[in-house]
Design a protein around this ligand. Structure first.
Ligand code: DQA
Length: 143
């Protein structure tokens, strides 16, 4: 089984970006955690990050065409991008929406997501460890 972990804008700045909100792990740490977890689970994972919406749309189209499950942290796009939602809505395999922070305890504008109602499941507020949990679920959805 192969899965894509797709991270949106500003997530490449993890580690230095508002550490009180997002923690001290860097994006490289996040990649290492995902790769280590995938190895343990015997699955393949590819982690990507972009600040460009068109690039994210292309990756989602790739996941649609290759029938890949996706762990998606769309970051700020979550709250306003109908284009990201429309691309994600075409997925045929599980979609896990993920946020490092608990968006529900933050500003009101973060409470609405364009993804939650089309996602298979949502993980919020568990920091980078949420990614490991998402991959574990994808590897064993019926466990
Ligand atoms: C985020 C939460 C979003 O509201 C924010 O715009 C982000 C990161 C998170 O992982 O907690 O960039 O998706």
């Amino acid at each position: 089984m192969r899965a894509l972990v797709l991270n949106g804008p500003n997530l490449g700045r993890l580690g230095t970006r508002e550490p009180g909100v997002y923690g001290s792990a860097t994006h490289a740490d996040l990649v290492a955690l995902c790769e280590r977890t995938a190895r343990e689970l015997g699955i393949e994972v590819e982690v990507r990050q972009t600040d460009h919406e068109g690039e994210m749309l292309g990756w989602l189209h790739e996941a649609v065409d290759q029938r890949l499950p996706v762990v998606l942290n769309a970051a700020a796009w979550t709250h306003y991008s109908v284009a990201v939602r429309d691309a994600a809505a075409q997925l045929t395999e599980p979609l896990i929406e993920l946020h490092l922070s608990n968006v529900h305890k933050r500003e009101e504008f973060r409470h609405h997501s364009y993804l939650s109602d089309i996602a298979t499941g949502v993980i919020v507020g568990l920091g980078v460890r949420g990614y490991a949990l998402a991959l574990r679920w994808l590897a064993e959805p019926d466990a």
